[in-house]
Design a protein around this ligand. Structure first.
Ligand code: SF4
Length: 368
């Protein structure tokens, strides 16, 4: 949620939300900045100053949740950073990335010139998040692009969130360096998993997708180093026209050399950013992609490696694989087509990305 608090003209800051008296008192005790919503106004604490009397904004925020966290800018604009009712919250560390994947859903420019969140701000946001939050993702870009200062943030997470599950999304290349593996092992929270994509079974295919020479070798070395250090790993395979005939070979590589990982997620593409620009090179329909992965799924399962399918609408996947399909698209991006209203599996289906639905409309088949 975004909006403007018309009377605020202070500094940029992170604030929690209090909708009732008991939450307000709790946040005062914790000594963190927050905004308190009443029927008539919005006040910021600890100053206890009115920063809005706009009825529309009051109504909007009254539908949010206690302990949600917002960024508030000098001009009064605010945007939600953490939703306490969701299990899908994340820290966006940086837009920058040292790879340049051809089917990345972010645009080229953001990977090269995009901004980063300072570690102090990340820690300030984490301070506002309740300790009982079930799950947090650390993502980018490539989050480890901000250098070793990231370990100050990771250590803060470890010390504060004893029961939270953490998911680190990374291209894994940094873990080719033993020094990073060592620091990660020393600071990582106990319930953490690192998700790393493999785009091809060999350098030629993987590096042509990342458009970065040497990335295959670094990623594989990184995965092996993390495995040796006892870190939990999810491997991700994004299916595109560029690797559709190599999926089974990737599965074989995993079975032969990386079998200590926790599970493999096979993913359908999100067609925004670079993926959309490179549509001719990368796009295959979800139905075609689902067909191309069948052998790989069976190979992994036969080798006792768990498989999850992300972003595939149920009607594009064969029935035997339905139980592998996850509802993986975040609620703000999920869309269903008109035909889905007649589908008896709509509730169980994870739907489609908002940025991809136009490409898949003719492909969907209601299950009746
Ligand atoms: S028709 Fe729609 S709801 Fe049904 S499985 Fe396909 S995408 Fe999902």
């Amino acid at each position: 949620m975004i909006g403007k608090l018309e009377k605020y003209n202070g500094k940029y800051r992170i604030v929690s939300l209090a909708l009732d008296q008991s939450t307000k008192e709790e946040l005062l005790k914790e000594d963190i900045d927050f905004v308190f919503i009443t029927d008539n106004d919005i006040r910021i604490y600890p100053e206890n100053m009115v920063i809005s009397e706009d009825k529309k904004i009051i109504d909007k925020l009254q539908n949010a949740h206690n302990y949600d966290v917002y960024e508030l800018w000098e001009n009064g604009r605010f945007s939600e950073y953490y939703d306490d009712s969701s299990v899908d919250n994340y820290f966006f560390v940086t837009a920058k990335c040292n790879s340049n994947c051809i089917m990345c859903p972010s645009p080229d420019a953001s990977r090269q010139k995009g901004g980063s969140t300072s570690v102090d701000t990340l820690i300030e946001i984490a301070k506002h998040i309740p300790t009982d939050t079930p799950h947090l993702t650390i993502t980018g870009g490539e989050p480890f692009m901000i250098g070793k200062d990231i370990f100050r943030f990771i250590a803060y997470l470890r010390d504060k969130f004893e029961y939270t599950e953490f998911l680190f999304l990374t291209n894994g290349r940094i873990f080719a360096l033993e020094s990073y593996v060592q620091r990660f092992v020393e600071t990582v929270p106990a319930s953490s998993i690192v998700a790393i994509p493999i785009h091809g079974s060999r350098e030629k295919i993987h590096d042509s997708i990342t458009q970065t020479r040497g990335s295959f070798e670094q990623t594989i070395r990184g995965i092996k180093n993390l495995l040796k250090a006892g870190i939990h790993i999810e491997l991700r395979i994004v299916v595109s026209k560029m690797n559709e005939n190599d999926i089974c070979n990737i599965a074989r590589l995993i079975c032969d050399e990386l079998s200590g990982i926790d599970y493999v997620s096979i993913m359908a593409m999100e067609m925004t950013g670079s993926a959309r620009i490179n549509v001719e090179k990368v796009w295959i329909t979800y139905r075609e992609a689902a067909k191309k992965i069948e052998e790989a799924v069976m190979l992994l399962l036969e080798n006792e490696i768990d498989v999850k399918l992300y972003n595939f609408p149920l009607c594009t996947v064969k029935r035997e694989f339905w139980t592998l399909c996850e509802k993986s698209i975040s609620p703000d991006k999920v869309r269903y087509a008109e035909i889905c209203d007649t589908c008896k599996l709509k509730k169980a289906c994870g739907g489609l990305f908002s940025g991809t639905i136009s490409m898949e409309k003719g492909e969907l088949r209601a299950i009746i």
